[in-house]
Design a protein around this ligand. Structure first.
Ligand code: NAD
Length: 478
């Protein structure tokens, strides 16, 4: 099939490359000329494991092109994906200006030569499918007022569930594909497009083997509205699950329990599942916060106030402050202290800093008069560009960041941090204080290396002693 993907961000580029790998001929479109030139050179504008390999393989197997000319790409396409950004407005609702511009341009590209499907992959509020249809029709009316009756198209919603950092694997071996539409012809085209993914009939690319458990992928067909709602509900649930783990971790710390142990114990319940139960400094990224705000806004439009969603946002904000509180507990005064941050990206294996906890923490520390050193294996350039206002000292290594610092904070759980020589780090610091915001290290190892260690939801030996003693005295008194 001939496919156009509008928007070459994290979602569009991965979708385009993977569809081309499946054998479709794909043209990716963006208004950003720099991104298009980079992609034309076979380079990825973002850091995403395996993406450059997929760009090369996609070009070889199905054909993969890049252009800024949406109209000429869409006119020869059977399926046109919209994968543009839907950032939050100050009110919390999703800003649909990019989606609207893309849908209108797609309308101007339409002619009567074929039936086309316009697929919305961006995360958009319920009802946006209808909006896309209206805007495409308006585009048609502007350019082909005479022949508008002969120009046929359908609209589908196909929410994206990929995770940055494992986006290519998530796209090739998804847990499920959701397609929402009320039109049978549109659904038939979508089923044909995704047939190789559903049947898993394509050869696994080198370096991304298909796991034994991946046999066939479930494709769930729904209404347009159902598909739009599934995306928001899935993200809200995942954010809530992490928030729950953090709440329990905070209680664990007080009562003298080890949160990782508790999470392992509840995660083994098949009704709960072990994923997304790691306590830490809170979630971040471009989606969770934005999507929960948008869902809250949507609910309010219908007169519903979701207390659970609101609490989920509050719990996450508080979790980011926890790092500052822990530093204050250890150092008392932060003014003039040097705090070293390990990790800036909102999660490992990406350079994405949108709504990253690191930015929130760095900003607060700088406001409080602390000096901030930072080291991230990939995201430092992106951070310099995105937040040139933050006076961070960027360092070449974790050791460089730790040198003469008063405390070290693990913000992102990059794999390379796990093998750091803790004794060496502690040895170069002014004060060997470690706030392990992702529970990367074993407390015993960190303490043995000379650190004053505090994790998230982990009771230090002293706290444990206090908890045991106070439980003992309560018993005695009663
Ligand atoms: N990033 C993720 O992990 C993820 C996961 C699932 C869903 N989503 C959703 O997918 C959508 C895209 O997210 P993203 O992270 O890829 O965004 P992004 O900001 O990385 O990329 C969006 C791209 O769209 C381009 N664009 C904007 N208007 C355009 C137009 N009219 N024509 C052509 N190109 C245009 C921009 O230049 C940009 O390159 C959002 O709605 C997001 O919520 C994102």
């Amino acid at each position: 099939m001939r496919v156009t993907v509008v928007g070459t961000g994290y979602v569009g580029t991965v979708t385009g490359a993977c569809l081309a790998y499946l054998g479709h001929h794909v043209t990716c479109v963006d208004t950003d000329e720099t991104k298009i030139s980079t992609l034309r050179r076979g380079e990825s504008p973002i850091y995403e494991p395996h993406l450059e390999d997929m760009l090369r393989l996609g070009a070889k197997r199905g054909g993969l092109e890049f252009t800024t000319d949406l109209v000429s790409a869409a006119v020869t396409s059977d399926v046109i994906f919209i994968a543009v950004g839907t950032p939050p407005l100050p009110t919390g609702e999703a800003d649909l200006c990019y989606l609207e511009a893309a849908a209108r341009s797609i309308g101007t590209a339409m002619d009567g030569s074929r039936f086309r499907v316009v697929v919305n992959k961006s995360t958009v509020p319920v009802g946006s499918g209808n909006l896309v249809e209206t805007l495409v029709r308006e585009g048609i009316l502007d350019t082909h007022p005479e022949s508008r009756q002969d120009i046929l198209f359908g609209v589908a919603s196909n929410p994206e569930f990929l995770r940055e950092g494992s986006a290519v694997a998530d796209s090739l071996y998804p847990d499920r594909i959701v397609v929402g539409t009320g039109d049978a012809r549109t659904m038939a085209i979508m089923l044909e497009l995704y047939e190789p993914l559903v049947a898993q009939s394509f050869p696994a690319p080198e370096g991304l083997p298909r796991s034994e458990s991946v046999k066939a992928v479930c494709l769930l067909t729904t209404s347009l509205t159902g598909a739009e709602m599934i995306k928001y509900a899935a993200n809200a649930f995942l954010a809530m699950k992490i928030g729950f783990a953090n709440e329990i971790a905070n209680i664990c710390e007080r009562v003298g329990a080890e949160a990782p142990e508790v999470m392992a114990g509840i995660g083994l319940d098949s009704r709960i599942g072990a994923k997304f139960l790691s306590p830490g400094v809170g979630w971040g990224g471009s989606c969770f916060g934005k999507d929960i705000h948008a869902l809250l806004h949507m609910a309010q439009e219908y007169g519903y106030e979701s207390k659970l969603l609101r609490a989920s946002l509050e719990v996450n904000t508080a979790q980011r402050h926890l790092v500052i509180q822990k530093l204050q507990e250890k150092l008392f005064i932060l003014k003039g202290r040097t705090i070293a941050l390990l990790g800036l990206a909102f999660k490992p294996d990406t350079d994405d800093l949108r709504d990253a906890p690191s930015l929130h923490i760095a900003e607060r520390l700088l406001q409080m008069g602390a000096r901030v050193n930072a080291y991230d294996p990939i995201a430092m350039n992106a951070c310099k560009e995105l937040r040139c206002d933050l006076k961070i000292r960027y360092c070449d290594s974790a050791l460089d960041a730790a040198r003469d610092a008063d405390a070290l904070v693990v913000v992102t759980e990059w794999a390379e941090f796990r093998s750091l020589d803790l004794a060496e780090l502690a040895g170069v610091m002014e004060k060997a204080i470690l706030v392990d915001g992702r529970n990367v290290f074993h407390p015993g190892d960190a303490i043995a290396a000379g650190f004053d260690y505090t994790g998230i939801g982990r009771s230090t030996p002293r706290r444990k002693q206090e908890a045991i003693a106070s439980a003992g005295s309560r018993k005695h008194n009663s």
